[in-house]
Design a protein around this ligand. Sequence first.
Ligand code: SF4
Length: 400
Amino acid sequence: MSFVAEFNSLPLDALVKKSLATSSATAREALGKSKLALADFAALISPAAGELLETMGRKSHSMTRQRFGKAIRLFAPLYLSNECVNNCSYCGFSRDNPILRVTLSIEEILREAQELKSQGFRNILLVAGEHPKFVSNNYLRDSIAALHADWPSVSLEVGPMETEEYRALVAAGADGLVVYQETYDRKVYAEMHTAGPKRNFDWRLETPERAYAAGFRRLGIAALFGLSDWRYEALSVAAHAEYLLRHCWKSVVTIALPRLRPCAGEFEPLTHITDRELAQLICAFRLMFPDVGIVLSTREEPRLRDGLLPLGVTMMSAGARTEPGGYTGAGREKIHHTERGIIKEIAATSSEWAPQQNRPTNATGQFNIGDERTPQEVAELIRRLGYEPVWKDWDAALTT
Ligand code: SF4
């Protein structure tokens, strides 16, 4: 049975209600268990468990230390293209946003990657909008193949594909796939995705399973917090992770906790999760899934990232740019608008060409980041907190 069938039969609304009505005694009981079911997870994300955050934090911290030691794995996103055929209301790259777009050539990708390598990274996440014309499967395959020799770990965050299409990317050297469901609330999903193939909720939900069948050995999932009720989303992510751990057991599963950030289009979050609730959620995921990787991105502000790190986080991005060419300015000469898949050059006199202050390129980013510190500053902070920054996540050579 695919996760879609299992998901459709989950009593999510009832679990949210149960969570909100959880008593302090039930929350304590869930916190004391060594193996948790989804109902216990609901208790751990309850307002009542929020009162026990210090105890949850201590348990989550020591469990993470036991399973992952002091390692905090660092990675960097490399944006290949901000072209997209989808309209996602909350994303700067949405098809109808009149933003400055570009797709990097292989040479330009290598330039960006070289810069990241010089900063210390050996673990890279290739990100692109979904656009079959500009971001074709062959383009992705060639990009991965060009990077493979130099990068022990290459992950992808691109438009969902068929299993056979994924196989070609695994063969080229990709080992991880990240796909956020964005929201697990079908109604909100339909409202947020107004055009493009992403409108198909079930197709997206089954993506990690297709990726696993194709040979990806690291699967990343998440909900984007700010679209629907956070407890509903968290319960869905937990159910999804639980399914993947059962059915895709040869893969490492990671959970990210992205919160909506300001972006082009100026979408306002529909719901809110507080910093304290985010901390509680990290602990709840750790207590439910002792071996799952927990990812914290540069969407969050430095102070909060520093505070959340010891609670259960195992992976962080650092120094991230969310625009193609953001590290070196690669591709800046060919920035354009795109209308219905056709490139429209921008008048040379346009003020949009004017270089941005302290930015190597004018291409529009997906969202504004919250932590502008350099990778070295983040690594130093990790050391100060008693952890070890690890730049390399996975080496395929070790498995052969
Ligand atoms: S979220 Fe992804 S699919 Fe949607 S507009 Fe942004 S890049 Fe495109």
